[in-house]
Every structure is written in structure tokens, then in C-alpha cells.
Design a protein around this ligand. Sequence first.
Ligand SMILES: Nc1nc2c(c(=O)[nH]1)N[C@H]1C(S)=C(S)[C@@H](COP(=O)(O)O)O[C@H]1N2
Ligand SMILES: [Mo]
Length: 482
Amino acid sequence: MHPIHFSRKQRFNAGFIAGLGAGVIATALMLLMSVTVGGISLPEAFGSAFTEAIPSSVFDYLHRTIGGDAKHYLFYGILVGQCLVFALGGGICNLIVGSAKVGRGIDAQGRLSWQVGVTLALVLWLLTGLIFLPLVGAGVFGAALTIGVVNSVLSLAVVGLAFGLLFVLIQNWLLTRRLHAQKPELKESFGEAEASDTRRTIVRNGLILLGLGTLGVLGWRFISSGGGSSGSTAVSVPAAGQGFQNKVAPPKPDYGAIQSVPHLSSEVTANDQFYVVSKNLFQDPNVNGTTWKLTVDGLVERPYTLTYNDLQAMPMQKQYETLECISNEVGGSYMSNAQWEGVQLAELLKRAGNVKPGATKVVLYAADDYSDSIHLSKALEPTTVVALRMNGQTLPPGHGYPARLLVPGIYGMKHVKWITRIQVTNQDYQGYWQTRGWSDPAPVRITSRIDTPVGNTNVTVNKPTYVAGVAFSGNQGISAVQ
Ligand SMILES: Nc1nc2c(c(=O)[nH]1)N[C@H]1C(S)=C(S)[C@@H](COP(=O)(O)O)O[C@H]1N2
Ligand SMILES: [Mo]
């Protein structure tokens, strides 16, 4: 006997709808787990591969036309795409199971058994781990990602199972409603009592699933935080491009006399006003300082690993340094100045014994799978530091807590945040943005910005009007503004 007859199209559509619903919830769960327990974020992995794959001319064009919001649109686009893939999975699953015999995953009313959900989860899990992730450069089951293969395997399994089981639940629920609406004659075999029974089962299963999911997430969080209380103190950081108001008072001016002019941005940007840029589409890493480690290896005599405490115990120096994003437009807001405290990169390399002959570059790897390299000569400059503090405070999470590179004279992208590894090499390593067509040496070009007066303000005739702003030229200095 075959299940109630539906056309292939009807079957596909029903599966597509159920898959879409389950896919939206599973996607939300994936993002939640990526934020809370270091689970995998497939949209992030895909986005990274996507920006690498498109020609740099297309990238440039999109960047120019959409601007700073580009990464958010990209993220939303990918999210929608992921939900559609889930929906497609549901549709195809329904086509396959729907043509099976009754008893093989489907009953006479066309309802799916939970085993179908588990099988679907398994198939998606294998496809993602063995094909999708290697294709986007994340390695088999995310082996190349910082979160590691265990987190990838587990989080993919949880998301897959949530999707598969929800798919079955939603699909069966829709079917029940459908049978009621369209085939009143079926009510005899599929009575009112049975329907409300089904509804109760669905609610109960849903609650169990939710409970198990919550327990799992909590348990995992407990394990991955080493059983202790987790995390660094969260410091809220505004989105990039927020105004330049409410600056802290400038330090003792040492660039010559400064005329105080209303609306002129202050010399030092407060931490919560400092521009923020990262490649991450959804969530920047939230590194736990107590478990964090920094490895120094590669072409050095004695590779070693440091804890946050070890690093804090090393000699620190203080300096003012301006960061500017390479994609800052003239007059743009991706440029800020702060006082930094940190350990000289040269000191960290010295601690590893000598740098071996032939070494040419130093590569910095980060907790968000970002990386970049600088030349060894640049790395050894006394102003190149691994910064731990910003404007007298612990480095905020958004600016690279626990440690970020500060390398004066070159654009922001080389100032790697959330550093986990420093590797000396003789290869011409190309970093995250270099593989996407951006400059490798990346020296800052001279730029300026007029803070006041801004467009559409009135100036009074016969009264002096100050025109004030900032000029920046990396570490070359500005000799005059005309
Ligand atoms: N780990 C990591 N470091 C990173 C980035 C990133 O995406 N990941 N973005 C870079 C870019 S493009 C810039 S402009 C600066 C911005 O630093 P800020 O957010 O502290 O201003 O960080 C750089 N360091
Ligand atoms: Mo940048």
C-alpha cells in the first residue's frame, strides 16, 4: 500500500515549506550557538569564501556603491540563502520519502516518522562536513577553523538534528491541517481526537527538543569554559562610523599649540568612539583571557607559548597611535587615535631566542581566523607592539582583547586583533585582505578631514570662523596644513 496520493509537486511544496520553517529555526540556533559556545557559523565560512572568490573589481564596485554596510547585506543575503537550502533539502527529502512504501518512514496518512528527520540530519551533516566546508576552505568538518573540529562536528550535529526533527514535526502538522481542510471525508479515519492527539504530541516533542537543546548548550558552555565562570567583561563598542562627538579631553598637547575650536574632534578618541572594523559578518570573537594563549613559533630558536598573565608581566611601553582603515574615504570616519600600552613585538621575538637566518616576514593569526603578515624589519621596529591596553583601560573586546598588533605607519588591516599566534617565516605570506586584492605593504597615504564647519551650517559674516580638522600621514608626520 502507498500513502495517500499527493502529486510530486504537492509533495515537494509541502516539504519546501516545512523545510523553510525548520531551516529558519535551525539557522537561528546555529547563530545562537556560534555566539554562546563557539559553534560553527556556516554563513561566516561561506561569506569568507565568497569575498575571496569574486574578482577584486566586483568587490571594489560593491564596496564603493554599498559602502560600510556591505558586509551586513552580504550576511543577510547568505542567511536567506541558507534558509532556502534547508527548504530545498526538505522538498527533496519529501520527494524521496513520499514515493516509498508505507512503513518505510511514512504512514498511510503520509506522516513522516522521526527516523526520517534523523536520516535527513545525518545526510546534511555529512554533506556539510565532507563537501561544503572543505570547498569553502574551512577543512574537513571545519578542521582549519579556530573553533576546532570538535566544536564544528558537535554544533553541526545539533543544528542538523534540530532541523531534521523540526522538519518532521512541521511537515506532519501541516499535513494534519491539510487533511482537515481539504478532505472532510477522511475525518473518519483521521478523527478529531486523533488530530488533537497529534497536536499534543507535537507540542510535547517541541518542548522536549527545546529543553534538551537548552541543556546541551548550557552543558557545552560549561565544558568549553573549563567549568569556571566564563568570559571577559563586556565593554560595549559602537558600530563603525558613529559620530565624532563626546570625545575625552585631550592629553597635554605635544604637537604644538592647539586652538580649542568647538566641534573639532579631540586628539584622543575615547574607546567607545573609536571606529570599529572587522571582517566578521555576524559576531566578533569574545576571547576568554584566562584560557587564552599566545604562541610564538616558526623560524625561531625556541618556540614558546604565553598566557595573558605572562604577557602582562613583560616590559610595557606607552604610545599614541592613529589607526586608519584602508577603505576610509577622504573625510571618512574610519580613523581614530588612542593611547596604547603594550609589549614590543621585538621583545616577544627575542624571548624565542634568535630569529633564524632567512626569515623575512612575521605572520599574525587571530581568533576569528583572520591573519596578516608584516615584514621582519617592520616587526622589529621599537614602535611595533602587541597592545594590551587602550586609553588606560584593558583592550575592549571589539578592539582585540586580549591582545592586538599595533604597527604604526601602515593601514588598520595589519593591526591584527585577537592575536593567538605569531609565526616567523621565510614565505611571502598573503593575509586575509591580500588574498582579496588589497595592498600587502599598505603604507598609510596622507589624508585630512575637516571637522568644522560641516556642510549646511551657517557662518556669520564679519566674525572669524575657524576651519579645523585633522591631518594624518602614518608615521611620517605632517609638516603643514594650508
Ligand atoms: N582579527 C582581526 N583583526 C583585524 C580585523 C579583523 O577583521 N580581524 N580587521 C582589520 C581592519 S580592516 C582594521 S581597519 C582594523 C580596525 O581596528 P579597530 O576596530 O580597533 O579600529 O582592525 C584590523 N584587524
Ligand atoms: Mo580596515
